[in-house]
Ligand binder design. Structure first.
Ligand code: BGC
Length: 743
């Protein structure tokens, strides 16, 4: 510790003591304690920033490239290099040099959000592995922010043990577009659910002294043409939808940084968008952390500076290289640099990264962390259909598992979020004919091996599904057939449609025709169409289930655990039900090396009626609604009581009417006068067979308000109230009379 920092710590102790001397009580209330802690953080940040020269402050605002790895079109594509360079830089998404004379640390940035990312070991070598958590769609499907906070704590702890003090983790773009290749990195289509889940995850990461970055702010809801697209949406709709999700996550998680996105919003790139960054984020929301650009998201120095960007991330043109020059020439006040540097320093101090510096080589409990990943996969899998109680598989003798490369592992989503799992990537699948950043890659957790381990009394056979006729005949000779179907989502590309690729629909149809006891398990990062649904009695949506996904699938299918996930996205019956029949700007010939297409815009005419709200508005019947999910028992809701007036609270009874223990997730939907229903709260209720419980849900006041005439208001009037098992169920209905109010 340098003398400087010791002096800082000593002076803050003195100041705190002096401040306390004027306050009588010896026990501070939590709010006074929080306020004085915040003052302390501000003061320490100011002392450090003001001790920096202008050049040192500017240095903080320019993230550098932290890898020599080059993406090339060749077969090896990435050239892996040693994990740490001689000056201590960890190869990763980027770094910011430290200021040793002030004991200010180097910022080391790792990609997320699904773990400490290292795409298949390409970036820091095969030896650098981490816990591969399930897709964050599965996190949202748990409807359990507390559990996802634990995921955050674990990711934060792993990052810290690997020497990272900034995680680019906190993926939150609303799933407006179910063909978006990156939806698996986000938390679904509902602002409250996504905001609470991602906010909890951010809080968890930061509790381990690592800054978390919520991204991609905002409206980066599709990958096609992501660097040129102009999203058009009116202000009220913007505030009530994607921005509301960010607002909730930021409020709950207090992320140290926000990453602006590649796309434009109402004309301006989001990283140079005065309305978005200055007026809304820093102004209306009072955000005090820093805004970093997505990699290549800046296009103009002046606009970026005026638009509120604080930190420029690595790209070909370093637009922030001449910041000090601009100050010297009097084109920019020194305070513009100082304010930006202050935001960064403050966020780093606020998470405790100075007192608890991250250094590579820390201990990681792989087993405990893998178990947590498995628990999330088990909690977030969604049972979509289970006719005749085919699942759980009990007492069967001959089981054939078909397809999905299930003898070797489970699929992961592609792109920068890809985590090199413990044990390494098991293998790469054939990605020919599929747009993919990072090919098909599999975590070494085989559902077949896991089923065999659990059901030693049964024959568990495997057919790779490459020949539907052979697979059908194997199915015909089995008691039950399990088809595992795959569809990879990936950064940089969208899917042209909602179909399973590579003839898997035909495979499933052939197997189901041969054996009426067919189960389909979906490893996908988005909804898919199911033309075979009538002939398949059981469907389990497993998302990308991560490090122990095979074990999770096996335990769910055999009833060692009961499914409890609920859909965080609507599953449509076809693209014609969506606000846009085709993805604007989708190019079937696009590759990673294609030039940017010509600029184009997309009109979010659905406004804030995203997902299930769009289905309600258009009275369309989805294949499976948002919030839907079965388990191995049944629940009944009754006796709704609505308390209204200033606040809205509902109380009702949940009863487990089946023969197994299970978790119900009753959901509260509220429709303000003249508007569609919005998810306003939910509960997770674990009940034994025959058990019942009174349950109370408070409506989130932020969801009851609407943005009208440039302000949030809750109009007085009758609000439709529904407690149901999904957005598509009629459930228990009531009316609430609410008084006028704000948020
Ligand atoms: C992605 C970000 C990522 C960044 C750094 C970008 O291409 O959009 O999510 O954090 O790269 O790797």
């Amino acid at each position: 510790m340098t003398a400087f920092v010791i002096r800082l710590l000593a002076s803050s102790a003195l100041l705190t003591a002096a401040a306390c001397a004027t306050i009588e009580p010896t026990v501070q209330s939590p709010s006074i304690a929080a306020a004085s802690a915040a003052v302390d953080v501000d003061r320490r940040a100011a002392e450090i920033v003001d001790a920096m020269t202008l050049d040192e402050q500017v240095q903080l605002l320019r993230t550098r490239q932290a890898t020599d790895s080059q993406i090339t079109a060749g077969p090896s594509r990435f050239e892996a290099t040693p994990p740490v360079t001689t000056d201590g830089t960890i190869r990763s998404a980027g770094y910011v040099p430290g200021v040793p004379r002030l004991n200010w640390p180097q910022l080391q940035l790792s990609d997320g959000p699904l773990g400490v990312a290292n795409m298949k070991g390409w970036i820091r070598g095969l030896e650098d592995q981490a816990t591969n958590f399930p897709a964050s769609l599965a996190w949202a499907a748990t409807f359990d922010p507390d559990l996802i906070e634990r995921v955050g704590e674990t990711i934060g702890a792993e990052a810290h043990a690997k020497g990272f003090n900034v995680m680019l983790a906190g993926g939150l773009n609303l799933a407006r577009e179910p063909r978006n290749g990156r939806n698996f990195e986000y938390a679904g289509e509902d602002p409250l659910l996504a905001g609470r889940v991602v906010g909890a995850n951010i809080a968890g990461i930061q509790s381990r002294h690592v800054v978390s970055t919520v991204k991609h702010f905002a409206f980066n809801d599709q990958e096609s043409g992501r660097g040129v697209i102009d999203v058009r949406i009116d202000e009220a709709a913007a505030r009530e939808s994607d921005l509301l999700a960010f607002e909730i996550a930021i409020d709950r998680g207090q992320p140290g940084s926000v990453m602006c996105a590649y796309n434009r919003l109402n004309g301006d790139y989001t990283c140079q968008n005065d309305w978005l960054l200055n007026q809304v984020l820093k102004g209306d929301w009072g955000y005090r952390g820093w805004v970093m650009s997505d990699w290549g998201g800046v296009h103009d120095f002046e606009k970026a500076v005026k638009g509120g960007l604080d930190q420029h991330s690595p790209q070909e043109t370093d637009y922030f290289a001449d910041l000090a020059g601009a100050v010297g020439r009097g084109e920019l006040p020194a305070s513009a640099v100082r304010d930006r540097a202050f935001r960064i320093v403050r966020s780093v101090i606020a998470v405790g990264a100075l007192e608890h510096p991250a250094t590579p080589g820390g201990a990681i409990d792989r087993e405990a962390n893998s178990r947590l990943a498995q628990h999330v996969a088990e909690t977030g899998a969604v049972l979509l259909k289970n006719d005749g109680g085919l699942l759980p598989l009990e007492g069967r003798r001959r089981i054939v598992v078909i397809g999905g490369e299930a003898d070797r592992g489970v699929l992961v989503g592609g792109g920068g979020s890809m985590v090199n799992p413990w044990g390494g990537i098991s293998h790469e699948g054939d990605a020919s004919g599929l747009a993919s950043l990072g090919k098909y890659a599999f975590v070494p957790s085989s559902p077949v091996a896991a089923l065999r381990a659990l059901r030693s009394d049964s024959d568990v056979l495997y057919d790779d599904g490459s020949d539907p006729a052979r697979a059908a005949s194997a199915a015909a000779q089995a008691d039950v057939a399990i088809v595992i179907a795959l569809k990879q989502g990936t950064e940089a590309f969208d899917s042209p449609d909602l179909s399973l690729p590579r003839g898997q629909d035909d495979l499933i149809a052939a197997v189901a025709a041969a054996n009426p006891r067919t189960v389909v398990v979906l490893e996908t990062g988005n909804p898919v169409l199911m033309p075979w649904l009538e002939s398949v009695p059981a469907v389990l949506q497993a998302w990308y289930p991560g490090q122990r996904g095979g074990e999770a699938i096996a335990r769910l299918l055999t009833g060692v655990v009961s499914p409890s996930g609920r859909l965080p996205m609507t599953f449509p019956r076809g693209v014609e039900q969506l606000p846009r029949v085709a993805v604007d700007g989708y190019d079937p010939k696009a590759t990673l090396f294609s030039p940017e297409p010509a600029p184009f815009s997309t009109d979010y005419h659905e406004g804030s009626d995203v997902g299930y709200r769009w289905f309600e508005r258009t009275r369309a019947l989805p294949l499976f609604p948002f919030g839907f999910g079965l388990t191995y028992t049944d629940f009944v809701h009754s006796d709704l009581r609505v308390e209204d007036g200033d606040q809205l609270r509902v109380t009702f009874t949940v009863k487990n009417t089946g023969r197994r223990a299970g978790v119900d997730i009753p959901q509260l939907y509220v429709a303000p006068p003249g508007r569609t229903h919005r998810l306003a709260g939910w509960a997770r209720v674990a009940l034994e067979p025959g058990e019942s419980r009174r349950v109370t849900i408070e409506a989130d006041p932020w969801v009851l308000a609407s943005y009208e005439n440039n302000a949030w208001r809750r109009n007085a009037g009758s609000y439709g109230v529904r407690v149901s098992m999904s957005a598509g169920a009629s459930g228990l209905q009531g009316v609430a009379q609410l008084m006028e109010g704000g948020r």
